[in-house]
Design a protein around this ligand. Structure first.
Ligand SMILES: NC(=O)c1ccc[n+]([C@@H]2O[C@H](COP(=O)([O-])OP(=O)(O)OC[C@H]3O[C@@H](n4cnc5c(N)ncnc54)[C@H](OP(=O)(O)O)[C@@H]3O)[C@@H](O)[C@H]2O)c1
Length: 427
């Protein structure tokens, strides 16, 4: 059985999809009985030289592609938000199946696009939008669907993970970022990666599927890795921890806590060993227990692997005359306030090296209910010292009040870095 694809985007992922369908087309046909050809390709820049798949026509107007009666499945791998949303909605309204890798659209407009898919009896698949080539969405919607998921912990931004891995080897932040850009892991404008927004979008999508709850990306508490210094990663290692760019989701007493920030993990934790540009997600389900997904979260070939899997699923459904699972969100949940989150904290200060600063800082923290678990003190040059406090578990709100009190009460003490330890629920 033959299916025709409309491919929106012929960049890193689009090229990977064409390569996979070309190189593995025979294997796919033998295993599934399905053959695919790309009939139309949408791009933006008419001046670029293109190596088009055989028989494909180029278009610069997405309407021509989604309205082409020959196109069975629209593959949206162009990125961006508004035009991509129009492509997805337009294709679904025309009854075409849609496969997308677009986390921005799925995280911001999930309810709208799923409503269009349902109304028009069309499939919408988005495996590649989270974790690139790592199967996450379909395992959650199918193999693990009978579980109540209580927590997920993951690394979903390869750029940040690469940078922190290099910092653990003593490379400073800016040099590690340059390396990531040279290797093609980081975009020319890396802000969405470094500020945590890319990971927050992926967490919003994954949490909606894992917890069956509607999640807005604005509800994810988000901090990036900017501001970290190699010495923080060094101190962490001395204390037995790795610094990792984590996404965390926990269902606690009916409230969902969703967080993205660099956090400290014991070196023995499985995610502490996920290095470089690799991604991983550790899930806890009530029947399956802990289960770990690991692999390449980006890149043309791994992402194409997920997109092609979705294309085949969409084609099978068209052939059998039914639709895939669709939206699995069944409830609205209350999202927990970050101020209520309880965990241990790592605080690195630079202090004037005069007697009494350490004692005053510890007593102000103690008076605000923040108990110190351990302290490291290192003399610096120019009459300064570095103080690293690790606290016992404390409410985020109480810690913030204590830090404000420290600023008011203890002169000569500057907070350089604040990190959190991944809490007991996340381990
Ligand atoms: N790259 C990855 O590793 C990866 C991993 C997971 C998910 N994704 C997602 O996959 C999508 C594509 O990423 P990519 O890295 O392949 O992007 P890319 O290399 O920048 O390629 C984008 C392609 O889409 C075309 N395009 C962009 N905007 C367009 C518009 N308004 N109208 C027509 N054509 C347009 C571009 O045309 P021109 O060729 O004319 O510029 C280009 O061919 C994004 O949603 C991204 O988040 C990427």
């Amino acid at each position: 059985m033959k299916f025709k694809l409309g491919l929106c985007g012929l960049g890193t992922v689009g090229r990977g999809v064409v390569d996979m369908l070309t190189r593995n087309g025979r294997t796919i046909a033998e295993r599934t009985g399905l053959e695919f050809s790309v009939t139309r390709v949408l791009v933006r820049d008419p001046a670029k030289e293109r190596d088009l798949p055989p028989g494909a026509r180029l278009t610069f107007d997405y309407r021509e592609l989604i309205e082409d009666p020959e196109v069975d499945i629209v593959v949206e791998v162009m990125g961006g938000r508004d035009t991509a949303l129009e492509v997805i909605l337009g294709a679904l309204r025309g009854g075409k199946s849609v496969v997308t890798a677009n986390k921005e659209v799925m995280a911001s407009f999930g309810p709208e696009v799923f409503a269009a898919a349902r109304e028009h009896g069309a499939d919408l698949f988005f495996e590649a939008s989270v974790g690139g080539g790592i199967p996450l969405i379909r395992p959650l919607k199918q193999c693990l669907v009978g579980n109540e998921v209580s927590s997920l912990l993951g690394i979903l931004n390869g750029t940040s993970n690469y940078i922190l891995t290099r910092m653990a080897a003593g490379v400073e932040f800016s040099a590690a970022l340059r390396e990531a850009q040279q290797r093609g892991y980081a975009e020319a404008d890396p802000r969405a990666d470094l500020e945590g927004h890319d990971a927050a979008r992926k967490l919003a999508i994954l949490a909606a599927v894992a917890f069956g709850a509607r999640v807005k990306v604005q509800e994810v508490y988000t901090e990036g890795i900017g501001g970290l210094e190699a010495r923080d990663v060094e101190y962490a290692a001395r204390l037995g921890w790795a610094v990792k760019p984590l996404v965390m989701g926990d269902m606690l007493e009916g409230r969902l806590s969703l967080r993205v920030y660099p956090a400290l993990l014991p070196l023995s934790h499985p995610l502490a060993k996920v290095d470089g540009a690799f991604n991983a997600v550790l899930l806890e389900g009530d029947f399956v227990g802990r289960t770990l997904f690991y692999g390449q979260g980006a890149g043309g070939a791994p992402t194409a692997s997920a997109v092609v899997g979705d294309i085949i699923e969409a084609a099978r459904n068209r052939l059998n005359g039914h639709n895939g699972v669709g939206c699995t969100c069944r409830c609205e949940v209350q999202v927990a306030d970050m101020a209520e989150h309880v965990c241990q904290h790592y605080l690195r200060f630079v202090a004037r090296d005069v007697p009494g600063v350490l004692g005053r800082a510890a007593s102000v923290l103690g008076a605000c209910g923040v108990n110190i678990h351990s302290v490291l003190q290192t003399p610096l040059e120019r009459g300064e010292a570095e103080l690293v406090f690790v606290t016992h578990p404390v409410r985020e709100g109480s810690l913030r009040e204590a830090l404000a009190e420290l600023r008011r009460e203890v002169s000569g003490l500057t907070l350089r870095t604040h990190l959190r330890l991944a809490g007991v629920a996340e381990l």
